[in-house]
Write a protein that binds this ligand. Structure first.
Ligand code: PLP
Length: 387
C-alpha cells in the first residue's frame, strides 16, 4: 500500500497489507486455507501464488504489516520464534561460525545454537550486555559473525544501547540481530538504530492473545531476505494461514495494548518498590533502574509490560508464584491476561547450574491489560499468604 509511510503506527497496524476483499468488500481479510493455487496456463500465477509453503495471502499480509511496523523492507513469518531464529542462524552462519549472545537471552535461543547448530560446527559464547566495554572486548576476542541481543532482557529487564552495540558489532565485522519480542515495534525499532536483523516471537505481544505460535524476521538486506525466503520455501517452517490471520488480527490492537501493558506495569512497579516485602523491583520505567535514562531514549513511548521481583528468599518466591489468582502461573508472556513465571524452574530451567542461572528468589510478571487495582490486590494477597 503506497501511503503507509506517512501513516502513524496504529493506522499502519490496521491498514497496511489489506484493502477490503475485492470480490465481497469484506473489511476483515478472509482466511486462505488453500494449500495450492490454480494456474492460468503453466506458470500463470495469480498474485504470485503457487503453493502455500512458498507464499500465502495471509502470511504475506502478516509479513508486510510487521515489516512496516519495524520500518524494514522485508518481513518473513515462520512457524514459531525459534523456527525464525533457526532460519536466521542457518542463513548467516557456516561451519566454523560463531554467535555472541547476551548472557541473559531467552534460554531457547542459546539452546538452539549450543545444542542444535553446534552439531554443524557453529558455536555460541555469552557476555554481560549491560556493559558496552565487555561487549567490545568479547567481539575483539571471539570475532563473532553475529551479535545477538534482547533489550529489555529476560528476566532482569537490563537495557542495552542498540545504537552503540550495532557500531561495535559492525566495527568487528559482525551483524547485529535484535530479538524485539519484549519491546515490540511500538516501543522500539532496532533497524532504525543500526540493527541488521530483527526477530520476534510473535507468539507474545504481536499476536497478543496467547492463541497462536509464530515468529517473524524483519530486515533491509535484499540478499539475506532472499536466502530467508528460500529457507521458508525449501525447509518449510512457515507460519500457517490461520496463525498468520490470528496474528494480523492481534496486531490491529498492538499500539493500545502495549500502552495499557506499560501503564499497568509502571503502576505495579512503583507500588511494589515501596513495599518492604519486595526486595527489588526490576523495571526500566523506575528511575532507580540502571538503564532508565537509556530506556527513556530508546523506548520513548513506554517501558513495556514485563517486570521481575526479587523476594525475601526462594520459599517466598515459590509461594507467591503459586498463590496469585489473576496472575496465572504459566510460561510465555505478552497476552492480554497477566501471567506469573518462576524463571529458575521454568523459562530458565535449561541454564540452571550455569553462569546464566536465575536467582531462585526471583519471579517474573507479564502484566496484562486487566484493571491495575485488581492486579495489585492479587499480588498483595499472595505476598501476605507467602510471608
Ligand atoms: C518465547 C520467546 C522466543 C521463542 O519463541 P517461540 O515462539 O516460543 O518459538 C524467543 N525469544 C523470546 C524473547 C521469547 O520470549
Amino acid at each position: 500500500m503506497s501511503s503507509d509511510e506517512k501513516w502513524g503506527f496504529s493506522t499502519r497496524s490496521i491498514h497496511v497489507g489489506y484493502e477490503s476483499d475485492p470480490s465481497t468488500g469484506a473489511v476483515t481479510p478472509p482466511i486462505s486455507l488453500s494449500s495450492t493455487f490454480k494456474q492460468d496456463g503453466i506458470g500463470g500465477f495469480r498474485g504470485g501464488f503457487e503453493y502455500s509453503r512458498g507464499g500465502n495471502p495471509n502470511r504475506n499480509m502478516y509479513e508486510e504489516i510487521v515489516a512496516s511496523l519495524e520500518q524494514g523492507k522485508h518481513g518473513l513469518a515462520f512457524a514459531s520464534g525459534l523456527a525464525a531464529e533457526d532460519a536466521i542462524i542457518r542463513v548467516l552462519l557456516k561451519p566454523g561460525g560463531s554467535v555472541l549472545m547476551a548472557n541473559d537471552v531467552y534460554g531457547g535461543s542459546h539452546r538452539l545454537v549450543s545444542r542444535i547448530h553446534s552439531e554443524w560446527g557453529v558455536s555460541v559464547s555469552t557476555t554481560d550486555f549491560s556493559d558496552l566495554s565487555k561487549i567490545e572486548a568479547a567481539i575483539a576476542e571471539r570475532k563473532p559473525d553475529i551479535v545477538w541481543l534482547e533489550t529489555p532482557s529476560n528476566p532482569l529487564l537490563k537495557v542495552t544501547d542498540l545504537a552503540e552495540v550495532s557500531k561495535l558489532a559492525h566495527a568487528g565485522g559482525a551483524l547485529l540481530v535484535a530479538d524485539n519480542t519484549f519491546a515490540t515495534p511500538y516501543l522500539q525499532q532496532p533497524l532504525t538504530l543500526g540493527a541488521d536483523v530483527v526477530v520476534h516471537s510473535a507468539t507474545k505481544y504481536l499476536s497478543g492473545h496467547s492463541d497462536s505460535l509464530t515468529g517473524v524476521v524483519v530486515l533491509n538486506d535484499d540478499d539475506i531476505a532472499n536466502k530467508l525466503r528460500f529457507q521458508q520455501f525449501a525447509a518449510g517452517a512457515i507460519a500457517s494461514p490461520f496463525d498468520s490471520w490470528l496474528t494480523v488480527r492481534g496486531i490491529r490492537t498492538l499500539g493500545i495494548r502495549v500502552e495499557k501493558h506499560s501503564e499497568n506495569a509502571l503502576k505495579i512497579a512503583k507500588t511494589l518498590s515501596s513495599d518492604s516485602r519486595v526486595k527489588e523491583v526490576f523495571y526500566p520505567g523506575l528511575e532507580s533502574h540502571p538503564g532508565h535514562e537509556l530506556a527513556k531514549r530508546q523506548m520513548p513511548l513506554g517501558f513495556g509490560g514485563m517486570l521481575s521481583l526479587r523476594l525475601e528468599n526462594e520459599n517466598v518466591a515459590r509461594k507467591v508464584a503459586e498463590s496469585t489468582v489473576l496472575f496465572q502461573l504459566a510460561e510465555s508472556l505478552g497476552g492480554v491476561e497477566s501471567l506469573m513465571c518462576y524463571p529458575s524452574e521454568m523459562t530458565h530451567a535449561s541454564v540452571k547450574g550455569t553462569e546464566l542461572a536465575v536467582d531462585p528468589a526471583i519471579i517474573r510478571l507479564s502484566v496484562g491489560i486487566e484493571n491495575a487495582e485488581d492486579l495489585l490486590a492479587d499480588i498483595d494477597s499472595a505476598l501476605t499468604k507467602a510471608s
